[in-house]
Write a new protein. Structure first.
Length: 409
């Protein structure tokens, strides 16, 4: 009975001492953490794992050294074995918390709430992937160490290592898809093909990458649904990434109208609309005639915005406003079908008429002001050219220059 009481007293004393030391360290780190991000994260995330690990370790030492004369007692061996398992588990928990602290400290240097956060999202994706891999390795190693504390497991260790080649082949074949997703996740994290918060178009759906793990990717669709895809999907199938180089994107709004539509007036109305809304980023505003067959004229309004959500709202605004403008201001330009009855000798504008005789100087281009001739389109009528953004886009789509010898031929 005296030995049991002595063991209990020593164990409780060791646990209390460990708790006191941990609390003192925690208060000191928290006080110093007011000036350091690392110490602040340590006091917040690693306090509880450190407290539990230190307490279990103190109890293990207390039991071991207070029962030295009772080495042969079965309860001592069983209790010490359980305490060793607890020490391994709590130590793995503490190390995993340190990884979380290092991740938060590294990410604190990069802000995600800024318009151009591509670099920060790339680094966040890589750090999150590395942390998850390291945590998985720590869990596997801790389980292996815990299993090796059993004598029966150590006895079969040699035979397991001897047949490791066969087991590895069987495991690789059984977990081929799982391993493929794991390697695909690593490839995505370090190839910069897709990152967290990237705007992508997959399976005909438009959304944002909400979560990227080693086995699957969660895409938050624009209507708050979640599309869950294996990571191997992004390495084996094509997809659209709207924000890989920058968040600013272009969008279109198309209209099919009558041939009598005043294109320049509609172009000026589009310019007036986008200049009066905060959704437009000031880069691109173009209205072009992209088709004129089948009795209709197809107009395409091309506008730009700082990111995909603003672009969606801007495209809807352009459609709504120009539809209302056509209906109220240019009703004759609304789409319609015509049927001509007769011999076509009438004098209405859409009926056949004799061609006009050319007047003097008709073939010469006239000046339209601003250093531009009459037949040269304005800046808001050209996608490739005009402003700085259009010139950059034109140079990106132009092929290599011809050699000087070929040009002389």
């Amino acid at each position: 009975m005296d030995s049991y009481l002595w063991t209990l007293v020593v164990t409780v004393g060791a646990a209390v001492l460990a708790l006191v030391v941990v609390e003192a360290v925690h208060r000191t780190v928290r006080r110093l953490g007011r000036r350091s991000v690392l110490l602040s994260e340590l006091s917040e995330h690693s306090h509880r794992p450190f407290q539990v690990a230190a307490t279990v370790l103190a109890i293990q030492f207390g039991v071991r050294f207070s029962t030295g004369y009772g080495v042969g007692t079965p309860w001592r061996q069983t209790l010490l074995h359980l305490l060793v398992l607890a020490v391994v588990a709590t130590t793995a928990w503490f190390v995993a918390s340190l990884l979380l602290v290092s991740e938060d400290t590294a990410l604190a240097r990069f802000r995600l709430d800024v318009p151009d956060n591509r670099q920060a999202r790339r680094i966040k994706t890589q750090i999150v992937m590395l942390r998850r891999i390291t945590v998985a390795v720590i869990v596997v190693l801790s389980l292996g160490v815990m299993l090796m504390t059993f004598p029966s497991v150590r006895g079969v260790g040699a035979s397991v290592l001897a047949s490791a080649g066969v087991i590895g082949v069987v495991a690789a074949l059984a977990a081929q898809s799982v391993l493929g997703n794991v390697f695909a996740g690593l490839q995505l994290a370090f190839s910069d093909a897709v990152r967290l918060d990237d705007v992508v178009v997959v399976e005909g759906e438009w959304g944002r990458v909400e979560e990227l793990t080693l086995s699957y990717v969660v895409v938050q669709i624009w209507d708050d649904r979640r599309l869950i895809l294996p990571t191997s999907y992004f390495t084996s199938k094509p997809f659209q990434n709207w924000t890989r180089t920058r968040a600013a994107v272009l969008g279109t709004a198309e209209f099919e109208v009558d041939w009598s539509v005043p294109v320049q007036a509609m172009r000026e109305e589009l310019r007036r609309l986008v200049e009066g809304t905060e959704l437009w980023d000031g880069r691109t505003c173009v209205l072009q005639v992209t088709d004129a067959v089948g009795g209709m004229v197809r107009l395409r309004a091309l506008v730009s915005a700082a990111d995909a959500p603003r672009l969606w709202d801007l495209r809807c605004l352009v459609r709504e406003h120009l539809v209302g403008w056509l209906r109220d201001q240019r009703p004759t330009a609304l789409p319609r079908l015509r049927a001509e009855v007769g011999d076509g000798s009438g004098l209405l504008p859409w009926q056949s008429a004799a061609p006009r005789r050319p007047t003097a100087g008709a073939g010469r281009p006239r000046s339209a002001g601003n250093g531009r001739t009459e037949h040269e389109p304005p800046d808001d009528a050209r996608l490739f050219g005009g402003g700085d953004d259009g010139e950059a886009r034109s140079s990106a789509f132009v092929g290599p220059d011809e050699p000087a010898e070929a040009s002389r031929r």
